[in-house]
Design a protein around this ligand. Structure first.
Ligand code: F6P
Length: 342
């Protein structure tokens, strides 16, 4: 069988490990042939692909990003987008697609499968907010990067008796903030799931300063909102899936802290550093296992399915299970971390 592979949405450490596993097993065990579409759904829409064999995937396991490129192209927002995909597949003799992506890419994969284009999905997002899978690869790397930053910021915050606000990614789900905040010993963690009270934050900051020895570190997800206000938006811009670009809550919070406590505060936005670079061993293993199971699903023509981690096993679930509802931080999990606030 000739199979097309694509990576869509924000890049994520581990994408190359998935591609490598799909191709290595697909060629050597099943004898399939592969084409790599460039830049997510743009590739099949614009017929932009290249051959993907074992030679092309050598050495890519530890590499961040994606050798195929990525984009947020939505074929349902392109005129005749789905027809163009159909034509590309027919022209190239490609029978099926393996789509590696998050909520948006998998949402498209599900719709295409319903329209008769066979797709197998692989879940990806550093945000760890897809349903049906316990973890997505990329999350562990993002948390590792954030914790290293927080560890470093503790010492500079203490030296200058400053509050440091660390803004991490997480539009709708606060998993990166929660895990990096817990692992990094943050004094306040703010997540999108629970609008925060600025008064409470200020109390925690003041009580931390009162200890004399330690300066407060606050970890805030980019999508966190004050109970009294709306999301702090960086720009009104929206992508093809309708997401606004977030950012700015960290800076806003640092300014509020200075104003209300009189203590110097600084904001650090980790941004795309969390998504770049080499995946952790955990993410390499998870991504590799996802790839191995995705090619099994394609070989068995089990279309419309997505591979997922449940416990320690890789299982197959209908793609819509991953996209039906975002997996957000339960309030009980957040409450565990609150013990350490202040
Ligand atoms: O979904 C992954 C993610 O990294 C989010 O955490 C973040 O809000 C978004 O992508 C950033 O998107 P972009 O790379 O388009 O700025």
């Amino acid at each position: 069988m000739h199979i097309g592979v694509l990576t869509g949405g924000g890049d994520c450490p581990g994408l190359n490990a998935v591609i490598r596993a799909v191709v290595r097993k697909g060629v050597s065990v099943y004898g399939h042939e592969f084409s790599g579409f460039r830049d997510g759904w743009r590739g099949p829409v614009e017929d932009d692909a290249r051959p993907l064999g074992i030679e092309q995937v050598r050495g890519i396991l530890p590499r961040g990003g994606t050798i195929l490129g990525s984009s947020r192209t939505n074929p349902y927002k392109v005129e005749y987008g789905v027809e163009k995909i159909r034509e590309t597949l027919e022209r190239r003799g490609i029978e099926a697609l393996i789509a590696i992506g998050g909520e948006d890419t998998l949402g498209v994969a599900k719709r295409l499968t319903d329209e008769g284009i066979p797709v197998v999905g692989v879940p990806k997002t550093i945000d760890n907010d897809l349903g049906a899978t316990d973890y997505t690869f990329g999350f562990d790397t993002a948390v590792t990067v954030a914790v290293e930053a927080i560890d470093r910021l503790h010492t500079t915050a203490e030296s200058h008796h400053r509050a440091l606000v660390v803004e991490v990614m997480g539009r709708h789900a606060g998993w990166i903030a929660l895990h990096s905040g817990l692992a990094g010993g943050a004094n306040v963690i703010l997540v999108p799931e629970l609008p925060f009270s600025l008064d409470d934050v200020i109390k925690h900051v003041e009580s931390r300063f009162a200890t004399q020895h330690y300066a407060p570190i606050l970890v805030v997800a980019e999508g966190a909102v004050p109970a009294e206000g709306a999301e702090v938006l960086k720009s009104g811009e929206r992508d093809a899936f309708g997401h606004v670009r977030l950012g700015g809550i960290g800076q806003w919070l640092a300014e509020q802290i200075e104003e209300r406590t009189g203590k110097e505060s600084r904001a650090v936005v980790l941004g795309h550093v969390q998504r770049g670079g080499s995946p952790t061993p955990f993410d390499r293993v998870l991504a590799t296992r996802f790839g191995l199971h995705a090619i099994d699903a394609a070989h068995e023509r089990d279309w419309g399915k997505m591979v997922a981690l449940q416990g320690t096993e890789i299982v197959r679930v209908p793609i819509e299970e991953a996209t039906r509802e975002l997996k957000t931080v339960p309030l009980s999990r957040y409450a565990e971390a609150e013990v350490f606030f202040g």
